[in-house]
Design a protein around this ligand. Structure first.
Ligand SMILES: [Zn+2]
Length: 323
């Protein structure tokens, strides 16, 4: 597009600002304790003001309230719900974008603001408005426009109880590069170094252990429970004392996934990422090597190896073994 074409295209986009995406959507269910309980289970939130009526009654709230971050959950459309009814500015906007090749979309970030705590019985409605569209931007993904959608959540009385700004990036995908598979053996020179692990006082021992060819697993100094990944406190007895034991490095593939996208220059394509259950009982994330990804199986016996990735980094990798 010429600069003039870009300008007139952006003017067309700006006309969508302030337009509504579908009719306001009424939540399928009012705020209710069973859903709050499931949410708290899933999030591991044990705050009793959400789930224990007695504790909630004795709190500043005088009764149960919903975790604020559940805001959007209350007006989720559900998997079987029909698409938004009425004039849908977003569908029209997507067509305008598609005319110029902006066919891909990615969610970027989301901000929520809470005006008050929700209580069981509150029945929410949300309304979505296209709030703002940015000028054309160049990003790592491609050229495109950021779109802020403003969600307004209201209660049964019409009072606004929360808002959410949901930001999307609508972009023109970069043309695919011709097959970038290096010839066997030639790849190593081309390959970028692996990202450095983030090392803290709590995790340093693990990475230093790898340099010495040791797979070190943390052991609680009080109840002796093993744990991985490393963390400062024992999740069983809350003790802050710990030491390490050296794992024999043998275990099984507990689960695995072959990562195809996004392609990362430091990794094989596809990148076989596996969760290994060590014979000592803890699980550890790693790669499986020496086997085609089609042949990786859950339950497969594996043995740790310590592979120098570059002069500064040695990583644990797991290779299938017979027993
Ligand atoms: Zn412990």
């Amino acid at each position: 597009m010429t600069e003039d074409e870009k300008e007139s295209f952006y003017a067309r986009l700006k006309e969508f600002e302030g337009r509504r995406v579908g009719e306001p959507f009424v939540a399928r269910d009012p705020v209710n304790v069973p859903m709050i309980r499931h949410w708290c289970d899933a999030m591991g939130d044990g705050n009793p003001v959400y789930t224990d009526p007695d504790a909630a009654a004795g709190s500043v709230f005088g009764g149960p309230v919903s975790p604020p971050s559940m805001l959007q959950a209350w007006t989720m459309r559900g998997l079987a719900a029909p698409p938004p009814s009425g004039s849908n500015a977003q569908a029209e906007l997507w067509e305008v974008f598609a005319e110029q090749g902006f066919t891909s979309v990615v969610a970027v970030n989301c901000d929520q603001e809470y005006m008050r705590y929700l209580r069981p019985g509150d029945h929410l409605t949300h309304e979505i408005v296209i709030d703002s569209i940015s000028p054309e931007k160049e990003t790592g993904l491609g050229t495109g426009h950021f779109i802020n959608q403003l969600y307004t959540f209201r209660d049964q009385g019409g009072e606004t109880v929360g808002t959410m700004t949901f930001r999307l990036f609508k972009f023109r995908p970069r043309p695919k590069k011709a097959a970038a598979k290096p010839a066997e053996g030639a790849g190593a020179k081309e390959r970028r170094p692996r990202p450095r692990p983030s090392m803290t006082r709590d995790t340093e021992h693990f990475w230093k252990g790898l340099e010495e060819g040791k797979l070190l697993v943390q052991r609680c100094g009080s109840c002796e429970t093993l744990r991985h990944p490393p963390e400062p406190m024992c999740p069983h007895c809350n003790s802050l004392d710990w030491d390490t034991v050296e794992s024999a490095g043998r275990g099984v593939v507990y689960s695995f996934v072959a990562v195809h996208h996004p392609p990362l220059p430091a990794f094989d394509q596809p990148n076989p990422v596996a969760l290994i259950e060590l014979d000592e009982g803890v699980r550890i994330v790693s790669n499986v090597i020496g086997v085609a990804k089609e042949d990786i199986e859950i339950g497969m016996r594996v043995q740790a190896e310590f592979v120098p990735m570059d002069p500064e980094l040695t990583l644990h990798q797991f290779r299938p073994v017979k027993d």
